[in-house]
Design a protein around this ligand. Structure first.
Ligand code: AMP
Length: 197
């Protein structure tokens, strides 16, 4: 099952992807995690990536698509994978569709976690307060930019996947278990449909 978890920063994509890893065994592919690892390296590329993340902007599409392309060829991705934070632009989604088609694969489902703006700000501030390692982009100023970038560049992916008949939405305003249960129902449905196909 090749899945995309979709939603604004702070929606809980990473948390829900971790739950899916535990319950279904598909690996989580988080471009944010991969890029933070690259930013931690003291290389020229690492320094550039770090600056982009700190501003709350997006890393260029070709960089992100390149990282994903090699990652999905790994043996642990054979039964499927869960994207967290990818794709984030229409060109990334188009590149992903082309890449998967070449490999005889497809995106099976896109699950949007819907959360209201005021809750996103509260959650990110909470994450920054509770985490040992504070993310450089978990502050109010960068968050506002990340939300603006989400609305302008990432939200247009919703009609992209809706047209493909792959979009599902869950209510992200309930607790973690409540969101996980809604996602699990969708995944059961998708797996059932795959078995009967
Ligand atoms: P995240 O952990 O998903 O919130 O991502 C943190 C930051 O990494 C984002 O604000 C972007 O700067 C960068 N990033 C993560 N995924 C992508 C992507 N698919 N395309 C471009 N930039 C990304």
């Amino acid at each position: 099952m090749n899945l995309i978890l979709f939603g604004p920063p702070g929606a809980g994509k990473g948390t829900q992807a971790d739950i899916i890893v535990g319950t279904r065994g598909w690996p989580k592919l988080s471009t944010g995690d991969m890029l933070r690892a690259s930013a931690a390296a003291q290389t020229g590329v690492g320094r550039k990536v770090r600056k982009v993340i700190e501003r709350g902007e997006l890393v260029p599409d070709d960089v992100v698509v390149g990282i994903i392309s090699s990652r999905i060829d790994a043996p642990d991705c054979r039964a499927g994978f869960v994207f967290d934070g990818f794709p984030r632009t229409v060109p990334q989604a188009e590149a992903l569709d082309r890449m998967l088609e070449k490999k005889g694969l497809t995106v099976d489902g896109v699950i949007e976690i819907r959360v209201e703006d005021h809750a996103l700000i509260f959650r990110i501030e909470k994450r920054a307060a509770e985490s040992d390692e504070v993310r450089a982009d978990d502050n109010l100023e960068t968050l506002k930019n990340r939300l603006a970038v989400y609305r302008e560049q990432t939200a247009p992916l919703l009609p992209y996947y809706e047209k493909q008949g792959k979009l599902f939405s869950v209510n992200g305003m309930v607790d973690i278990e409540g969101v996980a249960a809604q996602i699990s129902d969708i995944l059961d449905g998708l797996e059932g449909a795959q078995k009967t196909a």
